[in-house]
Design a protein around this ligand. Sequence first.
Ligand code: NAD
Ligand code: UFG
Length: 334
Amino acid sequence: MKILLTGGTGYIGSHTAIELIKQGYEVEIMDNLFNSKITVLDKIEEITGVKPKFYEVDLLDKEGMRKMFEEGKYELVIHFAGLKAVGESVEKPLKYYENNVGGTINLLECMKEFGVHKIIFSSSATVYGDQGVSELTEEMQTGVGITNPYGETKHVIEEILKDVAEADPKFEATILRYFNPVGTHESGLIGEDPNDIPNNLMPIIMKVSTGEIEKLKVYGDDYDTVDGTGVRDYIHVVDLAKGHVAAVKKMQPGISIYNLGTGKGTSVLEMIKAFEEASGKKLPYEIVGRRAGDLAEIYANPSKAERELGWKTEKTVEDAMRDTIKYLDYCASK
Ligand code: NAD
Ligand code: UFG
């Protein structure tokens, strides 16, 4: 089966490309390289022995996309491409709606024109908003209490996919709601390498450890959680990538929605401790006030994915820290 990965040179896309290639799928990648580097393709080749065909195309370039689809003859698209900086989305909402929502509409139009009926979409736990409970299940109402335009784009795209499925009985869409991806491939050759300033915990921990950022600001230690700091469900990116392979195998008509998470919460202080234990180094941090829009504690109920996709996570936060340090060592040696 030939699969197009939009945003496939990015963090999650590149790890997914590796797992798909390992399972014998033919993978092609399109990306505008806004937040990733072309050298990722060589790393994928080093790890798998296969260098995926690459199109440097923007989702907003409809003609470029049409050419790619004409050549590609894809059976399925995994749609990772999108902008994801929550803070920037508050400052530049139109850029986020145009790129993420407008770009997805272009993609869906091309898919229709070229007879591609199957799509897997990278959604996020952010669509749940504030449910007032920590454990999140797929049937909960979404779209209420989302605190930023980035999150809104994920919700809107989910709604668009549902409407398209309603209108076209042949359409098959799987929505994967990721919790917090962390870690890197165990080779240490690829990892999260954002071109922009990170605002997520793990990339910041990485930059503090290399000295690029002086210290980690811990946003609040007065939440009603195990130690007062925010709790999230950190999923190893290789487990997440394997979740996509499981989803590819289970495509079916209509809409299917799955949480991809571990089911276990870890606090910010526990993450710091895990990093310190794996690296043998102290990580400088200070407790500061809460960050606007943050929830105290959320984690996935991942039982639907286990039941229907036969997938569950195998790796731990400790594995993620070990692999991340290997990646940092590799980057330092370059
Ligand atoms: P990433 O930034 O590493 O990868 C996204 C890729 O999309 C980048 O390579 C970027 O250059 C590309 N891209 C962006 N706009 C594009 C456009 N208009 N045309 C072509 N390419 C474009 O991010 P990631 O962490 O790998 O995330 C992948 C997807 O998963 C995103 O949709 C993101 O919103 C979603 N997601 C990520 C997280 C997370 O914490 N990393 C959590 C939930 C959901
Ligand atoms: N945190 C800090 N200091 C930092 C960064 C984060 O203490 O410098 C804390 C946050 O307060 C939170 C936890 O670390 O308690 C995780 O924060 P992230 O920003 O890494 O992740 P979030 O869960 O807040 O949000 C991210 C994306 C959302 C997405 C969600 C689930 O930004 O869009 O993961 O996928 F919805």
